[in-house]
Design a binder for this molecule. Structure first.
Ligand code: NAP
Length: 530
């Protein structure tokens, strides 16, 4: 079986084979067929130095426009291999074709969006952030902020659920900022990340040292980082907390961005009536957000807040649509399958345990789905890591309880809970806030009062708030779509991080320096060149 090498210090390196060097076998999660093996790399201090000393200077020697062109060409290159990448995602990630496209097109989409942004940023070694501001009425001294690339390396530690988008999306932003990348994909789905890395390296588009790939565990990588480096982590809250508290990173105040768990919600406004296009949109979005990538999305909907008087109709509409998906859950390589398996045996065990924990609260029950179901489309019974869509429901009392498990536990699978509420913005905001900070929440309403109230009351708990109304229902995107123009990240439980969001995303890799000087002097350095 193929062993997947890391790409470090300019060469493809097979994993170490010494005592204590762990190997992991990558499996097709639908069939459990082995696909490849990964192991650990060593001498990561050399890789960090290579990024800093070779990749960083090479990137900074390019203009911002040249870096943007590099992103554009890379997007094209990856797009040329789209079909091959989709096949890998289906085999190694349990993705349906639609899931795979979501990940892979998301990756090229971020490259293209940041390539476009590059055209607006000028050709200086810095980005001027604002106008020079006077510091005193009587003085000609001004202060102006500029953004400059950090001189370290961007370490990207990614989650298993988006091996393409996670790796490429993060890298696009760092590269445009002028910072070299050392990327560590999550092991279980790293076959896709590895193939993309091969394409990036073979393309010759990214300067040597500006892209390195670390397969297998992170080892002692973080021990080698310092004050000019950046860590961008996506994954579970537990590992995120470990990384944030890493002694070396704390000692150097190394910049750390954490994207973690999230108990995303939807809020059905009191004015949304059955039969309206908006009601149908709620149902469509909830089903997409529960079942796309088998619910293994950080932005998937976990809590569905519905006014008590609408509970019955929403429940029955969701059950009907989820039944359809459940009937077409199976091997994603088979035609007509709508939902594939979870990514690993561990994810399956965790999802089953998670549902059991949600059900352990009084007043929570299953309204559709069987966590123990073992027969699925085109797979031998008991094979693969399948988990059918599970819809739960809480009583209004349990829904309002800040200590309820539904507000604390992310079950990373096709699992969501109906939470009846009284239809007021105040209660909706309280329930959303019980989740401790989320990536995204969607509010469905045609009422300006309800929507504006929701922006003010829910916004502080969210990285992104999606507003949906009847007029725009036809063109509305499901809330789990993350666009490079919008901030991605959320407060509290969601990790407190911020990625993407146009220029905002670059800030993670740039030092914001206030330049203080005379008005004429600043104009000579930063003003438009003749
Ligand atoms: P995970 O188990 O926390 O792993 C995430 C990454 O951290 C993997 O690359 C993993 O490597 C690595 N890792 C594990 N232990 C480490 C350590 N001690 N030091 C350094 N790195 C370490 O998360 P996951 O299961 O892959 O992903 C699922 C979670 O990610 C979910 O909770 C989901 O909500 C969250 N997520 C959040 C976002 C977001 O943007 N907020 C996006 C996607 C996913 P190995 O795989 O080699 O162990």
């Amino acid at each position: 079986m193929r062993t997947l090498p890391s790409y470090l210090v300019g060469t493809w390196q097979q994993p170490q084979t010494g005592e204590g060097d762990r190997r992991a076998e990558l499996l097709n999660p639908a069939t459990e067929a082995p696909l490849a093996v990964v192991g650990a790399a060593r001498e990561l201090d050399r890789a960090v130095a290579h990024g800093r000393d070779v990749g960083g200077p090479a990137l900074r020697a390019m203009t911002i426009a040249a870096r943007g062109e590099m992103l554009q060409k890379l997007a094209k290159k990856l797009h040329e291999h789209r079909e091959e990448l989709i096949e890998i995602a289906i085999a190694s990630g349990g993705n349906t074709r639609g899931d795979a496209k979501f990940d892979i097109d998301g990756a090229t989409g971020v490259l293209a969006a940041y390539a476009r942004l590059a055209r607006e940023l000028g050709d200086d070694p810095w980005i001027v952030e604002d106008e020079a501001a006077p510091i005193m009425r009587t003085s000609k001294i001004r202060v102006q902020h500029v953004l400059l690339p950090l001189r370290g390396v961007a370490v990207h530690i990614n989650a298993f659920n988006f091996p393409a988008w996670g790796m490429v999306g993060k890298a696009a932003v760092a590269w445009l900022a002028g910072v070299p990348v050392l990327s560590k994909p999550a092991t279980s789905t790293s076959l896709l990340a590895h193939r993309i890395a091969e394409l990036i390296v073979a393309s010759g588009l990214v300067p040597e040292g500006a892209f390195q790939l670390l397969m297998g565990s992170a080892g002692d990588l973080l021990d080698h980082l310092g004050a000019q480096d950046v860590v961008a982590f996506t994954g579970s809250a537990g590992v995120g907390a470990l990384i944030r508290g890493h002694a070396k990173l704390v000692a150097h105040n190394t910049r750390v961005n954490i994207e973690a768990d999230s108990l995303n919600a939807v809020v059905v406004g009191p004015d949304v009536e059955e039969g309206s296009e908006l009601f149908d949109l709620v149902v469509r979005d909830c089903v997409i957000e529960m079942t796309q990538k088998a619910g293994q999305k950080c932005t998937a909907t976990r809590r569905i807040l519905v006014p008590q008087e609408r509970l019955e109709e929403l429940r029955s509409a969701l059950v009907e649509r989820l039944d359809e998906v459940a009937g077409r859950t199976g091997d994603p390589a088979s035609k007509g399958v709508r939902m594939g398996p979870l990514a690993t045996a561990q994810q399956l065990a965790d999802a089953r345990e998670g549902v059991a924990r949600l059900l352990a609260d009084d007043g929570v029950s299953i309204v559709r789905g069987d966590p123990a179901r073992a027969e699925f489309t085109d797979v031998p019974a008991g094979k693969g890591y399948f988990f059918e869509p599970i819809l739960l429901e809480a009583t209004p009392e349990r829904a309002a309880d800040p200590g309820a498990s539904v507000h604390a536990l992310e079950v990373f699978g096709p699992v969501s809970t109906l939470l009846p509420y009284d239809g007021s913005v105040e209660q909706a905001a309280a329930l959303v806030a019980h989740g401790g900070g989320s990536l995204v929440t969607t509010v469905y309403s045609d009422s300006r009062k309800f929507t504006a109230g929701a922006v003010a009351a829910l916004g502080p708990f969210l990285g992104r708030l999606v507003l949906a109304d009847e007029k725009h229902a036809g063109g509305s995107m499901a809330p789990g779509c993350v666009f490079p123009q919008g901030n991605h990240g959320g407060p509290g439980r969601a990790g407190g991080g911020a990625e993407l969001g146009g220029l905002g995303g670059l800030r993670l890799y740039l030092q914001r320096t206030a330049i203080q000087g005379g008005a004429g002097q600043l104009a000579r350095v930063f003003g438009k060149k003749k």
